[in-house]
Design a protein. Structure first.
Lengths: 323, 305, 440
């Protein structure tokens, strides 16, 4: 382990050195100058964070992605064999046979497509709702943020009680007042994912509301006043002033919510268990790595996920980048 | 909108207050209903923490889930008393506070310096680092806990009491916080620094004497998220910290201890909820106190990805 | 964009190189070493437990360790207990084990859950103790942790499950079940008959925990039905699922559970506490429900006159749930096992066995540690059933996958055909077994 770490470190230094050389070369071409003293200070300031990030973030990620090409079995850490693309072959076969992984991809896609617009819209609506002076709105702001600080295990348990099947479920007993028969919300493949989407949006939107609020606070008041003078109504003002003003906030929220949504794990794990109608990619990864002890296979999924999320994020950044 | 209507000369002013009051009432009613939906888990936690096992079992699936059991205030008192006294919760809470304090200081120093260098200084190789920042924010890290364990225990060889370092150091670095600092510092006008430099301040001097005092909102934001992170973390500390075998002061933080307490056979749901209520209080208080700064912190940093 | 591509390529390079590192990184087992000693020259034997020290179970272990140290002071052996609560996440305890193995700090004795015997033994984590424990000592246990014909562990305690029933409801519906005992269990048909009469009386007949498919609960409680119907899950050697998991007899066992759901005798929607609040007639659970009924739910069950325990129903076979946590000697680099075996024998002695089960309320693992329970008491039923029909869960290296597939079958029973579910489960389990087998 120590030797491999040293070698990875040297490679890292080499890569960094390459970039430094490249930058110096382009600077020369463009006749820019890097000051030695300022660069040295910058390196010194970066040193602690780079060292820690290398040791505790980059190295574990590289190792775990590297395991994707091995048959690492959790119980035999002393016996890791290099298996090239075997794990990936297994994964693609499982997708072709419409196994658990196929469902995981399908459910994760459903979740992302459902939760990203919903959560962002909710967050924006809540932000617009509380973005005004007054005591009431301050209290509301605190309330809307509450689910964010409460641990996921409590909220998941609570929702399980609310959505419980039969007449014992709170939702079912409320619906029965209107003569609607009880429904098994989390067991029915048609309703399970929508329920998880709803509760995830509910749990998370308070955080994005806060970010939207800070975006709103940055929009200058005179823009609204100018719009008013032009006779704009509320709706026009939103589209002409608020929305353009929130653009960079929106891009940030879109990217972070998207990444978070791709990684969904806790809600299906706590609420339904490892079942084909709610399994997600992260859950598949967790299950194959920890429960089934096939760390190699789990890392292969992680590697594919990283490439996929990274790719989409880059597309999003390009598509929404301010011109 | 309302303001504009009032400013219009031909508008009948006597109608405005009525319309406004109605609007206010509607606004607050909607707000209260929405708030109730969002504080459900808190109501549930608080209500259940006052109940005995049977009262809780009977409340499931009815609206009583969210209402405290006023009939048995003695039970509520018992629940909280046993959690606080029998299970030494305060010791673990103190641990978490200490870990959080150290992590917050280190986090601000380490990531703040890095963010400053990335935002304000030019040096060769910067592009690789800014690419790495985005890359590391994006990568899923669920599986990396296994190699992380090997790094801390095997490579760094941290054993027994020393594993505390293994809890603190990985929490002291946060790519996301570097990103936040970077964005925030970029928006601080150059003039401030230049003025200080004219007076002969060094780069570090500028950082500590000029930049830091201007950055209270982002410092508060980072501190709050560090605190929430340390306070809610349980899996990692549980994996690397030794459990107290010999009656000495335990090293575990609060959430890890909570999970252990939950597994004790004789504990009731009411007691579990009481312990959850107690552990949620600090987070909630800190969040409410710092909320204003968080909005400012995010606002001024601009958050351009 | 070009710059971006270069960064990607650079990163990929680092990645590929690091793979090579990972691959060449495997080291062999460390050579034989003697056990460490403390300053007074005592040989230290380390034992790791899966519970928290402050729990009643943990305290019971500590007491037995202290007694051992007092007893063996003259012989120069000192036991040292390590507590690592397994509640810290499903992966916590196992990750701890594998990393201890990696850095050479594996305790000499560990506790482990019985279904893991095959996987742990197969991966070389456990030491073969067939020769170290005399045959007559082995015979004193209800069950042993065997894999591939060798002994790898001795149970700490035993467990068994059964149908708790609400006597008040049974009396009101005038259902007499006194004839069904552990020695003479009821049949599948009689079980259905009782369900029908409870249903006619207007209560939900039985909570079989078919909703508990998130963890080990449903597999642990329901697998005996399949054995009772004559089915199995894997071959004798544990490496073939095809032809066993999807056999007709196995399907018959699951079909019985499916029929109970179809008839409305049980369902997925029974609340977790419905039995305890008197809404359900019977409740399938393990022995750990006994203290709950005795203490926690006094409002519904004032005394043992209000509830009783029935055994598992039988079909072609009688079968009941068993299996709990066990002790094993690990395959670490300590060559001399005599001191370690002394501690293992001490912890599995009749005295220790009784002390620990007194704390946990479970059944002692040793036949000679069992107290005399009154015939017909719930504890007696569990114990007798364990002795007569206890059958362990399938022994396979891919047990976790078995557990997952079992849960998926139970989950899908209501909406899918049993044969489809079993075929899918068989494929999944066989895949997982093959992956582990192929490594050797």
């Amino acid at each position: 382990m120590i030797t491999s770490t040293i070698i990875i470190f040297i490679l890292f230094l080499l890569a960094f050195g390459g970039f430094v050389a490249y930058d110096l070369a382009t600077a020369k071409r463009r006749k820019e100058v890097y000051r030695v003293k300022s660069s040295a200070t910058a390196y010194l300031m970066l040193l602690p964070s780079v060292a820690l990030a290398f040791l505790f973030i980059l190295l574990p990620i590289l190792y775990s992605l590297g395991y994707a090409f091995t048959d690492y079995y959790l119980l035999e850490p002393n016996k890791i064999n290099f298996t090239f693309l075997d794990n990936f072959k297994d994964l693609f076969r499982e997708i072709a046979e419409k196994g658990m992984l196929y469902n995981a991809i399908k459910n994760t896609a459903t979740f992302v497509i459902g939760v990203v617009p919903l959560q962002i819209m909710l967050a924006l609506l809540l932000a617009l709702f509380v973005n005004r002076p007054g005591f009431g709105s301050k209290i509301f702001k605190v309330c809307f943020f509450a689910p964010v600080v409460i641990s996921l295990s409590i909220t998941a348990f609570l929702w399980e009680q609310i959505l419980a099947s039969g007449e014992g479920g709170l939702l079912n007993s409320m619906l029965s007042v209107f003569g609607i028969p009880p429904h098994d919300w989390l067991r029915d493949p048609k309703t399970a994912m929508p329920c998880i989407i709803l509760l995830s949006a509910w749990q998370g939107c308070g955080y994005q509301m806060l970010i939207f609020l800070s975006g709103l606070s940055n929009i200058r008041n005179d823009l609204y006043e100018a719009a008013s003078l032009d006779g704009a109504n509320r709706w026009h003002k939103f589209w002409l002033v608020t929305w353009p003003g929130l653009r960079s906030t929106f891009v940030y929220i879109l990217i972070t919510v998207f990444i978070g949504a791709c990684r969904i794990l806790t809600q299906p794990m706590l609420m339904t268990g490892y079942m084909s109608h709610t399994v997600t990619l992260s859950y598949y990864m967790y299950n194959s790595g920890y429960t089934e002890r096939l760390v190699g296979e789990s890392s292969a999924v992680a590697l594919l996920m990283t490439i996929f999320i990274g790719g989409i994020t880059l597309i999003q950044r390009r598509a929404f980048r301010e011109k | 909108m309302d303001k504009k209507l009032m400013d219009m000369p031909n508008f009948r002013p006597n109608k405005t207050p009525v319309k406004k009051t109605v609007g206010e009432i509607v606004y607050h009613v909607i707000g209260i209903v929405l708030s109730l939906i969002f504080v459900l888990p808190i109501l549930y936690m608080l209500a259940t923490s006052t109940k005995g096992e049977v009262a809780y079992a009977e409340s499931i699936g009815t609206i009583n889930m969210f209402l405290p059991d006023f009939a048995s205030s003695a039970v509520a008192f018992e629940n909280y008393k046993s959690v606080l006294l029998d299970y030494d919760i305060w010791k673990y809470a103190l641990n978490s506070f200490i870990y959080a304090a150290v992590v917050i200081v280190l986090n601000i120093l380490i990531n703040g310096l890095a963010g400053y260098a990335m935002a304000k200084l030019t040096f060769p190789g910067k592009r690789l680092l800014s690419f790495m920042i985005i890359f590391l924010i994006v990568v899923p890290v669920e599986t990396s806990i296994i190699p992380l364990y090997s790094i801390v225990k095997v490579m760094l060889g941290l054993k027994q009491q020393m594993t505390v370092i293994g809890v603190i150091l990985p929490a002291a670095i946060s790519i996301f916080n570097i990103f936040l600092f970077m964005q925030f510092f970029q928006n601080i006008p150059k003039e401030y620094e230049e003025a200080a430099r004219m007076d002969g301040a060094s780069t570090l001097g500028v950082f500590f004497k000029v930049i830091m005092p201007l950055s209270k909102p982002i410092l508060a934001t980072v501190a709050v998220f560090c605190f929430i992170g340390v306070w809610n973390d349980y899996l990692w500390p549980a994996m690397i910290l030794p459990s107290a075998d010999d009656g000495s002061w335990p090293l575990l933080p609060i959430q890890t201890a909570l999970i252990t307490i939950k597994s004790i056979e004789s504990i009731t749901t009411g007691e579990i909820m009481a312990s959850l209520v107690i552990t949620s209080i600090p987070i909630f208080v800190i969040y409410v106190a710092a909320q204003k700064y968080i909005v400012q912190g995010f606002g001024t940093s601009g958050l351009k990805m | 964009m070009k710059r971006f591509l270069t960064s990607i390529i650079a990163l990929m390079l680092i990645l590929v190189m690091s793979l090579g590192m990972v691959a060449c990184n495997g080291g062999g087992e460390v050579g034989n070493e003697d056990l460490p000693t403390d300053s007074e020259g005592n040989t230290i034997v380390k034992i790791m437990f899966h519970v928290d020290k402050s729990s009643t179970e943990g305290q019971a272990y500590q007491k037995r360790i202290n007694a051992f140290n007092a007893e063996y002071k003259d012989k120069g052996i000192k036991a040292q207990a390590i507590f690592k609560a397994r509640s810290a996440g499903a992966s916590g305890y196992e990750t701890e084990l594998q990393n201890n193995k990696l850095d050479g700090t594996l305790a000499d004795i560990i506790t482990f859950d019985a279904p893991n015997t095959a996987a742990y033994a197969n991966s070389g984590l456990l030491y073969d103790i067939s020769e170290l424990i005399p045959k007559e000592d082995q015979d004193k246990f209800f069950s042993l942790n065997m894999y591939d014909g060798k002994l790898y562990g001795l149970p700490i305690q035993e467990s068994s499950a059964g149908f708790f029933y609400n006597k008040k409801i049974f009396r009101a519906a005038s259902i007499d079940v006194s004839g069904f005992t552990a020695e003479n269990p009821w049949t599948f048909a009689q079980f259905k008959d009782v369900c029908a009469r409870l249903e006619a009386h207007g209560v939900t007949a039985v909570d079989m925990r078919i909703d508990a498919t998130k963890d080990e609960t449903a597999p642990y409680l329901l697998y005996p039905f399949i054995y009772a119907a004559g089915g199995t899950f894997v071959s004798e050697d544990g490496y073939t699922a095809d032809g066993y998991y999807n056999s007709a007899a196995t399907a018959k066992g699951f079909q019985f559970i499916k029929d109970l759901i179809k008839e409305g005798y049980t369902s997925y929607s029974i609340g977790a506490t419905d039995f305890f609040t008197g809404k359900v007639g019977m409740y399938l659970s393990s022995g750990w429900t006994i203290p709950d009924l005795d203490n926690k739910y006094r409002e519904s069950f004032a005394s043992r006159d209000d509830w009783g325990l029935l055994p598992y129903p039988k079909d072609v076979n009688a079968a009941s749930a068993t299996g709990s946590w066990s002790y094993a000697i690990t395959n670490n680099h300590h060559a001399d096992k005599t001191a370690i075996v002394e501690l293992l024998k001490w912890m599995t002695s009749a005295e220790s066995s009784r002390a620990i089960t007194d704390a946990t309320g479970m059944i002692p693992a040793r036949k000679d540690a069992v107290k005399d329970y009154a015939v017909g008491s719930p504890e007696y039923t569990l114990l007798k059933q364990l002795e007569l029909s206890g059958e362990e869960r399938p022994v396979t290296v891919a047990y976790p996958t078995f557990s997952i597939t079992f849960n998926q079958v139970i989950f899908g029973l209501n909406n899918s055909e049993v044969s489809d579910l079993l075929n899918r489960a068989t494929t999944t389990l066989q895949d997982a077994i093959d992956k582990i087998k192929d490594r050797q």
